[in-house]
Design a protein around this ligand. Structure first.
Ligand code: M6R
Length: 613
């Protein structure tokens, strides 16, 4: 599986291998852990070069000069499942060596398709879902279908979020690309055509592009592109001219990676849930502990830093409220030096985007030395924490480049929700409506999408409150945990002092800081405690503070009560409602930072991965 990898492909008069290698370089900023190229050079054979590691490793295979070829496809892989090895690197072949395929995204039903193909005698070499797609297309192609029709058939059969690029040694004058939810852009030149997962790879060659839509198949030749739907009917498309410079293109046209990553969150939700919710409305998690372990665990310790710690707080809320499973959350740095109480029946959960955070890694090693079971919730496959934990659930959020974590937090929190539901299933807990919560998860992507249209409103609020000298972030229950994350975002990227606490704690001290001009942001998505929150709101206003409330769109109780209200689309689960409210608050931090002229993607004094104590 490989969400958000780099895809490149070229057909035309230039040396195709050089072009696609250069295109991969232009996608390098996104991060990857292996890379490969497939090309044709007129001898009816598909040639493949691939290497784990950086592009320089792949480049060594081209040191004696690149081969003559007018058609090549290339891929940089950011592994999520299956280690970053030469073998798992793309391209992958079909059973007969007729086609080579590169792939971005996740194929949800690959195990089912793989079993079917194995029963027919297909032999698989890698651990990837990608190879299954290659075999499926290869089988259709071997039956006499054209490459594009074979791809259409395969896409109709596969579920998930993916993009493919495929070449065939039997049809050397074309290559084919298909999209279902993962980005794919065709570039049109003079006597040459190309494809990439992202605009920067195309810019040196052409500015005329076609954005391929979902459920479309594109056939590229030197003369241009033919786009069809999955039934083979011509699909209209509109070429457009890109006038971004390279830097803007790397950010997908957004001014900063942070904003790009905020906007990627609907896709992240999809990628994170892909293959983990089954047709029967249950959660499916592969490679976790066996059922008896989940029955035995009587305590969970969640260990993490920063944003990942905040996701851990949400996890505690969920595991205790839903499963009544005692859970503690520790800062890794405190845990490792705190002589923690650890029992044989406990589970230590390490949450980390990078998988390299020094304190978390040291805490993990401490648990291992005490023979405690460990589970990682990690974004970067192949990272130290991912390798050293007994089991790992990958967040599948794709590379996060901005120092301020946004999409990783959402993915971590979703994985915790999946985990809680999974444990509930194993323990057959009565009273937990797994099916209903799974349905809520399924709808989360579209709710997240609807959240993004709040941006103009959030931007106006940022303009209104940019001068606030101090911003409070308050809430109750899950909203209180999201409030801490929202506060971290504002302080980290906009350098605005914040005060975060559960709303009920206000009058036990922090209220003393409220004065005219102070802004208090209230997370108010939980109807159970909204009335209590309304009293806290009045406490702030009575002292001259302004209130910005974030609630759900089915609530009118705070209209006219707060100075400003943001409403996120309501769902059934209070956990997911609270999680959704982080999106406008991430945007709020971003826009305040922008107005204050801050270095948003690389805030002063901070690093993306804290690999020292
Ligand atoms: O890579 P990790 O998730 O282990 O990193 C933990 C923190 O350093 C990280 O979340 C940090 O707090 C972010 N900059 C917050 O935006």
């Amino acid at each position: 599986m490989a969400p958000m990898c780099g895809i490149a492909g070229y057909i035309g008069p230039r040396k195709a291998v050089d072009v696609v290698f250069d295109q991969l370089k232009r996608l390098e900023y996104r991060g990857y852990d292996s890379a490969g190229i497939a090309y044709l050079n007129g001898d009816s054979t598909i040639h493949v070069l691939k290497r784990a590691g950086k592009l320089t490793e792949l480049g060594k295979l081209l040191e004696d000069g690149s081969p003559d070829s007018g058609l090549a496809i290339a891929h940089s892989r950011w592994a999520t499942h299956g280690a970053p090895t030469d073998l798992n690197a793309h391209p992958h072949f079909d059973q007969f060596g007729d086609i080579a395929l590169i792939h971005n995204g996740i194929i949800e039903n690959y195990l089912e398709v793989k079993a079917e193909l194995m029963a027919e005698g297909h032999v698989f070499r890698s651990e990837t879902d990608t190879e299954v797609a290659a075999h499926l297309i290869g089988r259709e192609h071997a039956s006499g279908l054209t490459l594009e029709e074979s791809v259409r058939r395969a896409v109709r059969r596969l579920r998930g979020a993916f993009a493919f690029v495929v070449l065939s040694r039997r049809e050397p004058e074309k290559f084919v690309a298909a999209r279902n939810a993962s980005p794919l852009i065709v570039g049109l030149g003079e006597g040459e055509s190309m494809v990439a997962s992202d605009v920067p790879a195309l810019l040196p060659y052409t500015r005329k592009v076609v954005i391929i839509e979902d459920d479309r198949v594109a056939m590229l030749t030197r003369d241009g592109v033919v786009v069809t739907d999955l039934e083979g009917r011509p699909a209209p498309y509109e070429p457009m001219t890109i006038d971004w410079d390279v830097e803007a293109a790397e950010k997908g046209g957004y001014e900063h990676f942070m904003l790009k990553e905020i906007h990627e969150q609907p896709l992240v939700v999809r990628q994170c849930l892909a293959g983990r919710l089954d047709e029967a409305g249950r959660v499916r998690l592969e490679q976790v502990f066996s059922d008896h372990v989940w029955q035995e665990i009587d305590r969970v310790n969640i260990i993490a830093c920063g944003t990942a710690y905040h996701a851990g707080l949400l996890g505690k809320y969920l595991l205790e409220m839903m499963l009544r499973l005692p859970t503690d959350v520790f800062y890794s740095s405190e845990f490792r030096y705190g002589d923690p109480l650890l029992s044989d029946r406990s589970l230590a959960v390490f949450i980390s985007q990078s998988g390299e955070t020094a304190d978390s890694l040291a805490a993990l090693r401490l648990c291992k030395s005490r023979r405690i079971r460990t589970l990682g919730i990690v974004n970067v496959v192949g990272s130290s924490i991912a390798r050293e934990c007994d089991r790992v659930l990958f967040t599948q959020a794709g590379p996060e480049i901005s120092v301020a974590s946004t999409k990783a937090y959402v993915a971590q929190s979703l994985v915790l929700q999946l985990l809680a539901l999974y444990i509930a299933q194993v323990r057959e807990m009565p009273g937990i409506r797994v099916g209903e919560l799974v349905q809520d998860l399924r709808e989360f992507e579209s709710r997240m999408d609807r959240c993004l249209i709040l941006e103009p409103q959030v931007q106006e609020l940022a303009e209104r409150f940019v001068g606030a000298p101090l911003v409070f972030f308050l809430g109750r229950n899950a909203d209180a945990h999201v409030a801490r994350e929202a506060a971290l975002k504002l302080k980290e990227v906009a350098y605005v002092p914040t005060q975060e606490s559960p709303a009920g704690e206000l009058k036990h001290g922090p209220l003393a800081l409220i004065e005219p001009g102070t802004l208090a942001v209230f997370g108010a998505t939980d109807p159970e405690v909204r009335e209590k929150l309304a009293s806290n709101i009045r406490e702030v206003q009575a002292r001259g503070g302004f209130v910005l409330a974030v609630t759900t769109d089915d609530d009118t109780s705070l209209d006219g009560v707060s100075e400003a209200v943001i409403k996120v689309p309501a769902g059934r689960s209070s956990y997911l409602n609270a999680l959704l409210s982080v999106v406008p608050l991430q945007m709020f931090a971003y826009h305040v930072a922008r107005l204050r002229g801050c270095e948003i993607d690389q805030p002063r004094n901070l690093a993306k991965s804290v690999t020292v104590e």
